[in-house]
Design a binder for this molecule. Structure first.
Ligand SMILES: Nc1ncnc2c1ncn2[C@@H]1O[C@H](COP(=O)(O)OP(=O)(O)OP(=O)(O)O)[C@@H](O)[C@H]1O
Ligand SMILES: Nc1nc2c(ncn2[C@@H]2O[C@@H]3COP(=O)(O)O[C@H]3[C@H]2O)c(=O)[nH]1
Ligand SMILES: Nc1nc2c(ncn2[C@@H]2O[C@@H]3COP(=O)(O)O[C@H]3[C@H]2O)c(=O)[nH]1
Length: 647
């Protein structure tokens, strides 16, 4: 049976996508099976085959695992569009991905004809994979029969090891006594964000005294909790007789506290202010499997539970906290709006000053809450806040304080009034090698800082590098930054800017900090030539160029041999082969010949002379930025869903 329901119908009908998620698989699988019973086997099998071939033919999907292809196939439902109807409009937020069973469709962009599409073609995947608005318009030019899959369902399958795994987590979480009071919705959300990690007997899952950012629920096996006793050093046993004295004095005995088992949790204390682990957790059974949740999700979903709220420890006052305390009492009311510095995906960035003292200025990023929810970017925004607030690096824009009201989230940042590196590049056309080296060096220092903290940035481009008054470049816009848990793990969210996205992100193979090295190679090329190496007329073409690789790109003769070599070493197709990813890490990049005689210590200590020193006449001088008309948009709707409690 063909349903005449378009994606909008579904949007209205299903307000809670997550709830849909668990049932969709069953219901739709039955749907296909009913088709099977009611009609005939041939039709059913033909449709399934067609869907699978369409997935295999799609450049961005053909590397999926078989089980992912099967799950997508099972989650698709049929829709019909009459001749003349629009299925996708450029600029809209994407709600579904489609496969054509019958009919012809036309693709246009900005009114310009791009192509025609016929049976067995998949479309609408870009906006969903890339988290952007629709990149083209698609219209039915004959009556069409399509298969569709909802955004959330599609993304879940792409990013995680499938719906089955998620169902298993939900069922398990519901058996955990401490979580029994949580609503189904929260349990689903937890299932969506957790990672599974397996340990062998004797592994230290947590070490007392280390910094901690994760919360654990035991899914299989038992662990031991021990506490170090610094007053009670262990004497070497006969087996350890040849140990030297330094080792001996470093060994502290451990006091056994308790055993924890399946369904119990640990690691909450370091997430409740102190950050430092208060005990050791050691795998006791031969295999231990834990479900791991990061700090942002813990704060959002779990920290409110009474069972979790335990004794608080004194704050470990870091340098950054002291810095931020200066703004602790500042209110939105104390702030005077001066001028718009930039317009971003969720709103504007305004230059603001203090009403009582206009000689101090800040950049205030203002984001519409409803739009964040609509594009499902809540987690990204929480990551952005947490990472920027904690970072204490000269090459990263400082976030001092956040505010929120019913409609907006606000981020009060240091103002970098030298403007975007992009603007300077646009005005100059391209940079000489010395200039490019300075800015690439700034990006590299920021990556060094982030990567040693297991954070990947994922959005390097000249638009996101701002000049401070001295001419030093700083990274801003941490909307795609993420802390990987623990070191060495990969992530699956598709994000970045088309020209800077690494091939493994396009192919959904999972990515890690190596994707940042790729983007550094792209940045170098753009700084030296004025355009990025992979630059098609639209994202689809750009992605195809990226998949063809750096060796298919022409390098202008003006780039030095060392420059070409470094770019090629950073932009290797295989993430593991990229310079920066090997044993010596980022030092391999710093000691490459292109950086010969470049003194990173001088850069780090801000003693190096920058290529351009911006002219800034006062704290409220915005002349290094493009001008933007005043905001005339209507106020966005209120958002009371509470996802931003932590913000
Ligand atoms: N700290 C700052 N100082 C000066 N200008 C800033 C600052 N932060 C942002 N801007 C300006 O505002 C622009 C948009 O900011 P940002 O990139 O953080 O917003 P966004 O909503 O994440 O944007 P996008 O949609 O490009 O990802 C920047 O490109 C820059 O021009
Ligand atoms: N941008 C672009 N999209 C195309 C082209 N040909 C087919 N499409 C499809 O049109 C779709 C429009 O919505 P999306 O951006 O989600 O995904 C896009 C592609 O799946 C093309 O040449 N360019
Ligand atoms: N400090 C302490 N931690 C315990 C105890 N029993 C279990 N734990 C867990 O051990 C964890 C070690 O890391 P955290 O300090 O983050 O959180 C701690 C608790 O979750 C105990 O008696 N004392």
């Amino acid at each position: 049976m063909w349903l005449l329901y378009g994606p909008n119908y579904y949007n209205h009908l299903i307000t809670n996508f997550n709830r849909l998620l668990i049932y969709l698989n069953d219901i739709l699988f039955k749907n296909l099976n009913n088709n099977n019973n009611n009609n005939n086997d041939n039709d059913f099998n033909r449709s399934k085959k067609l869907i699978k071939s369409a997935i295999s033919d799609n450049d961005f999907m053909k590397n999926l695992e078989q089980f992912q292809i099967d799950e997508i196939t099972d989650c698709m439902y049929p829709v019909e569009y009459a001749k003349g109807l629009f299925i996708i409009k450029e600029g809209d937020i994407g709600s579904a991905v489609y496969i054509i069973e019958e009919g012809t469709l036309e693709v246009t962009k900005g009114g310009r004809f791009l192509s025609k599409m016929g049976p067995q073609k998949m479309f609408g995947e870009l906006a969903i994979l890339y988290n952007c608005t629709r990149t083209a318009t698609v219209k039915a030019i004959t009556d069409c029969k399509l298969w569709a899959i909802e955004r959330q369902c599609f993304r879940t399958i792409m990013m995680r090891s499938g719906l089955l795994k998620q169902k298993e987590y939900i069922e398990f979480l519901k058996t955990v006594p401490s979580f029994s009071k949580l609503s189904d919705e929260i349990v689903l959300k937890i299932a969506n964000v957790l990672d599974e990690i397996t340990y062998k007997k004797g592994d230290y899952i947590i070490r007392q005294g280390e910094k901690g950012d994760t919360f654990y629920i035991i899914n299989q096996g038992t662990v031991k909790v021990t506490i170090n006793d610094p007053n009670n050093t262990v004497l070497p046993s006969s087996r350890d007789q040849n140990m030297n004295m330094t080792t001996v004095t470093n060994i502290v005995s451990q006091k056994f506290i308790r055993t924890l088992t399946r369904g119990e949790f640990f690691g909450e204390r370091a997430l409740q202010g102190e950050e430092i682990r208060s005990a050791n957790i050691i795998a006791e059974s031969p295999t231990v499997t834990c479900l791991v949740i990061d700090r942002a999700s813990f704060n959002q979903l779990i920290s409110g539970l009474n069972e979790i709220k335990t004794k608080r420890y004194d704050q470990d006052i870091s340098e950054r906290k002291i810095l931020n305390e200066r703004f602790a009492h500042l209110k939105l009311d104390d702030i005077k709006f001066e001028v718009t510095l930039g317009v971003g995906g969720f709103g504007r960035v305004e230059l603001v000053s203090l009403k009582e003292n206009r000689s101090t200025s800040f950049a205030l990023k203002i984001m519409k809450k409803a739009q964040i929810v609509e594009t499902r970017q809540q987690q990204h925004i929480l990551n952005e806040k947490r990472i920027m607030l904690e970072s204490n690096c000269n090459f990263i824009v400082k976030l001092y304080k956040t505010f929120k009201d019913n409609k907006y989230l606000y981020m009060l940042m240091e103002a970098c009034l030298g403007g975007e590196l992009w603007t300077i590049l646009r005005d100059k056309g391209n940079f000489d090698e010395k200039t490019a080296r300075f800015y690439a060096g700034c990006a590299l220092e920021a990556f060094d800082y982030l990567h040693t903290r297991n954070i990947i940035y994922r959005d390097l481009k000249p638009e996101n590098m701002l000049l401070d008054p001295f001419g030093y470049a700083k990274l801003t816009d941490f909307g795609f930054a993420k802390r990987l848990l623990p070191a060495g793990r990969k992530t699956w969210t598709f994000c970045g800017t088309p020209e800077y996205v690494a091939p493994e992100i396009i192919l959904n193979r999972g990515h890690d900090h190596s994707a940042d090295y790729w983007s550094l190679g792209v940045l170098m090329y753009e700084l030296l030539t004025g355009t990025p190496p992979f630059c098609g007329s639209d994202p689809m073409r750009t992605y195809n160029m990226i998949l063809k690789g750096i060796d298919s790109i022409d390098f202008p003769r003006s780039i030095s041999r060392e420059g070409v070599e470094l770019i090629k070493k950073l932009c290797r197709d295989n993430p593991a082969e990229r310079l920066g990813y090997q044993k010596r890490g980022i030092d391999d990049i710093k000691s490459h010949d292109w950086f010969k005689n470049f003194d990173f210590e001088l850069l780090k200590s801000r003693q190096m002379k920058p290529p351009f020193v911006p002219i800034i006449k006062s704290a409220c001088d915005s002349t290094n930025f493009d001008t933007y008309p005043p905001n005339r948009e209507p106020d966005p709707p209120d958002d009371f869903t509470g996802w931003d409690d932590e913000f």
